[in-house]
Design a protein around this ligand. Structure first.
Ligand code: OAD
Length: 239
């Protein structure tokens, strides 16, 4: 632990990847494992372009439910500790999240890439314009575009869709050039995010994982902390 703390303190370039586990302490369910969203719902019926084409109302109902859940939640200690880390590292820091809940941004993270989009926004199916959803208590899906009037979809990346190439290049650059990389609260099974820790490690970074459960990345990590995100981060970065 002392080595990890020293490595993180000394590193000028730090890349962080987060997943659903970081928001678990805010009361937002993860996807996999017991009580996870994919236990009660099937990704193929809700989180693919085909599912949306088949039944857009059903998909929107699910996203509206999750939107309300997210807006009723607050960022937790882990989100705020990552803001602290960003403030310490400045330009050498990048936080990449697979989470669509917007909680990192609400906590104050700025050097942030939301790799899978953001559930609090919609994107026009025709002209591509994005907008913030109305307040959760006023929102009735589907939203329509205020430019062209066409229906909008959730501004998230679904299974089978490609990530924005420029964004992915930025993220891979950060992990490939990091001196220390943190992977927190992700089962590390969904690509390309799952490979970022491996990329950092193979390029020479000191790799730290924080997760109460082992993952495919654990054997590779220099330190695999079996802890919740807030506790693990506190141990790593607080005096
Ligand atoms: P998962 O649900 O697959 O994994 C959540 C991870 O968080 C698990 O490894 C848990 O052990 C861990 N965990 C649970 N509670 C925790 C806590 N308090 N602190 C730290 N870790 C905790 O979520 P992701 O890996 O984020 O994609 O899933 C990746 C992608 O798969 C998601 O972005 C989503 C999903 O299907 C799309 O919808 C496209």
């Amino acid at each position: 632990m002392d080595v990890a703390r020293a490595k993180l303190r000394a590193a000028r370039r730090v890349a962080v990847l987060t997943g659903a586990g970081v928001s678990a302490e805010s009361g937002i369910p993860t996807f996999r494992g017991s009580g996870g969203l994919w236990e009660g719902f099937r990704p193929g019926e809700l989180a693919t372009p085909q599912a949306y084409a088949r039944d857009p109302d059903k998909v929107w109902r699910w996203y509206a439910w999750r939107y309300r859940q997210v807006m009723a939640a607050e960022p937790n200690r882990a989100h705020y500790l990552l803001v602290e880390l960003e403030e310490k590292k400045g330009d050498g820091f990048l936080l990449v999240t697979q989470n669509v809940d917007g909680l990192h941004a609400r906590a104050g993270s700025r050097r942030l890439v939301e790799l899978h989009g953001n559930i609090t926004r919609a994107r026009c199916e025709s002209c591509g314009k994005r907008r913030q959803l109305p307040p959760a208590n006023e929102f009735a899906p589907p939203p329509f575009c205020d430019s062209c009037g066409d229906r909008m979809r959730p501004d998230v990346v679904w299974f089978g869709e490609f990530l924005d190439a420029a964004l992915l290049a930025q993220v891979e650059g950060a992990f490939g050039g990091a001196e220390a990389a943190l992977v927190i609260g992700t089962s590390a099974v969904v690509e390309p995010a799952a490979s970022l820790g491996r990329l950092a490690k193979s390029a020479g970074a000191y790799l730290i994982e924080i997760n109460p459960e082992p993952t495919p990345l654990s054997p590779l990590a220099d330190l695999s902390l079996r802890a919740k995100a807030s506790r693990g981060l506190r141990a790593l970065i607080q005096q």
